[in-house]
Design a protein around this ligand. Sequence first.
Ligand code: CMC
Length: 379
Amino acid sequence: AVRREFSPGLAGVPAARSSISFVNGETGLLEYRGIRIEELAEHSSFLETTYLLLYDRLPDQTELDRFTSDVTQHRRIKYRITDLIKCLPEQGHPMDALQAAVAALGMFYPARHVLDPQVQYWSAVRLIAKMPTIVAAYHRLRRGDEQVQPRDDLDHAGNFLYMLTETVPDPLIAKMLDTCLILHAEHTMNASTFSGMVTASTLADPYTVVSSAIGTLKGPLHGGAAQETVDMLEEIGSVDHVRPYIMQRLAAKQKLMGFGHRIYKVKDPRAIILQKLAQRLLAESWRSPLYKLAEEVERVGEELLAGKGIHANVDFYSGVLYKTMGLDEDFFTCVFAMARVSGWLAHWLEQIKDNKLFRPDQIYDGPHGRGYVPIERRP
Ligand code: CMC
């Protein structure tokens, strides 16, 4: 039977049964596999959280060591992937480079037998390990710098920052990036996860699943918001311009970037954690005018939009942090993708365990029986 009600954007329509994560948008609760995000941000690491998302439990020490070592040993990318990245235009968007390179990875590591646990494990390991290497390689190669090879003695986030800058990062900065990765690793049924699941439901390989999801994450209404937020802050320029800028923007019916969420009607719990991290980073190292500006935008934004249930979301502060870490703005969404790959893979595994091809319906509201008019008789 065809459901006749139509919900634009499928808002409120469940697309899966899932036990991976849970959000309560009224109270600002986010849990991964039943564990609160605040606890994971404080005590876990990105790789441990990834294990939790993929396998539904926290690993014991041996399991975590093995997983960490497998990921560490698969960070290198083939020369031919580096060559592919070198061939891409340097003005292109990094998310396109990441999507192309991830799709190409699938050609080197065919993973047709998606139900084979070995195929599942090693493709997850490869994707998680190699995405940061691809991102860092494009960051450097497009400026004409040499690619920096990964260093096995550095952890996941620390090694990524090292591959970007060829300098071992301050452990506090690496820890902050690791926390950002935890916070972005999973978020129930969002657009990119749904896109990945639709692809997964055709039994396509995991590299194709992840490359579909990367394409969906790129847009400004989803993963592109951190970059747009920083662009907006830079356009505002100074604290005294904040109020007139926001008033004008809202009067022109333009959205305030980094604000609003389909689910959260209170401040996004991830934004609360990120804001604390940003404050800590400032106290311990630099004074950032960008952060001061962000705080003022949040204050005025809250004043004008909180009444409509619109508050800062995860991407409001993440861009400010990435910028402070030295990442180019157009790379922020790639960092989101390096984190969300864990959630995408967890949903891929869940989907194919009890697969049903996604094939929704539509409500046709076009004409019938129009007839073909030959070109010389068309008005
Ligand atoms: N600034 C001003 N008004 C807003 C904003 C905003 N950021 N977000 C929503 N609204 C208003 C919107 O104009 C509309 O008002 P009205 O009912 O008067 O026409 C109402 O709130 C509902 O908005 P909507 O866009 O129809 O609702 P949605 O559930 O589709 O919105 C959203 C979710 C994320 C697309 C939207 O809030 C938005 O575009 N925000 C800015 C972009 C952004 O920060 N995205 C990151 C989201 S979090 C990370 C991620 O998911 O990747």
